[in-house]
Design a binder for this molecule. Structure first.
Ligand SMILES: C[S@@+](CC[C@H](N)C(=O)[O-])C[C@H]1O[C@@H](n2cnc3c(N)ncnc32)[C@H](O)[C@@H]1O
Length: 268
């Protein structure tokens, strides 16, 4: 699930298809109903899904708002939108940067942003822009994974990778945890001119076919893999199976906990 800020500009159609077929069901779909709940999305509402990817939050919101409501998805990456067009044909999609949303001020009842804030170079500008397009009595919801030290399975995996591939592996595997300090996150939201309505910290579950697949997903998509000779990588996988055995289900699949924060905020 690796993705760094520069890479978000370069996702190929093939990567976007893998994101939709593999990572959305394994990981991102689990959070979407909670993000929509946090936004108090109701029948007839207008909802914006910011950095929508292939549109899992938009699709979930569409079920809530019904035919009287409106859901729009925005993403920087055309490949993500191409896949979203196919899987969410009844949702409006726009290509745009989060800091230049192509909507008038006060357009939406809810502006939702799941698993993307950490990839925005200017997070205050991004949230300020989300606040601009939400209605005065509307709500901005931001969901991010918690810090690495709160992650029961990722934390040991990253430490293991650092032991095998060197301390630089930590940064290479840590893009997703960058906004996970709740106090810092709330300070960022307030700096963007919004007031906090509520927060929630939740433990979700990512599902993979096996611990080997979990390790492959996390390591093979990053430069960490290039730093490991084949026998070192085999040793890492072997140790990971032992270290993460408590996350193996009876059918051999891996149930990986992911803690995340949900923050709902509104305009001052
Ligand atoms: C990990 S994906 C999450 C997608 C979706 N929210 C979900 O939960 O499935 C992060 C998304 O952020 C998008 N993104 C990154 N930087 C962006 C920016 N500056 N403006 C708009 N979208 C951006 C990427 O293209 C990618 O689709």
């Amino acid at each position: 699930m690796s993705m760094t800020a520069p890479e978000t500009f370069q996702i190929s159609l093939e990567t976007a298809e893998i994101f939709e077929s593999k990572f959305v069901p394994a990981l991102f779909a689990d959070w979407a109903p909670h993000v929509v709940d946090m936004g108090d999305v109701m029948s007839g509402d207008s909802v914006l899904d910011v950095a929508c990817g292939t549109g899992i939050v938009a699709r979930t919101a569409k079920e809530r708002v019904g035919t009287r409501g409106r859901v729009v998805g925005v993403d920087l990456n055309q490949a993500m939108l191409t896949v979203a067009e196919r899987v969410c044909p009844d949702i409006e999609l726009r290509q745009a940067d989060v800091t230049a949303l192509p909507f008038d001020a006060g357009t939406f009842d809810a502006v939702l942003c799941q698993m993307a804030l950490m990839f925005f170079p200017d997070r205050v500008a991004a949230i300020t822009e989300m606040g601009r397009v939400v209605k005065l009595d509307g709500c901005v919801v931001i969901m991010v994974p918690s810090s690495l030290d709160a992650q029961p399975a990722y934390q040991p995996l990253v430490s293991l990778a650092a032991r095998h591939a060197g301390p630089e592996a930590v940064a290479m595997l840590s893009a997703y945890w960058a906004c996970g300090d709740l106090d810092e996150l709330l300070a960022t939201v307030r700096a963007a001119g919004l007031d906090i309505l509520s927060t929630r910290t939740r433990m979700g579950t990512a599902r993979f076919a096996s611990i080997d697949e979990f390790v492959a997903v996390e390591v093979e998509s990053t430069p960490v893999r290039e730093r490991l000779a084949n026998d070192e990588y085999d040793a890492l996988r072997h140790e990971a199976n032992h270290l993460l055995s408590e996350f193996t289900a009876s059918d051999g699949s891996a149930e990986i906990p992911i803690e995340g924060h949900l923050v709902a905020a509104h305009r001052r």
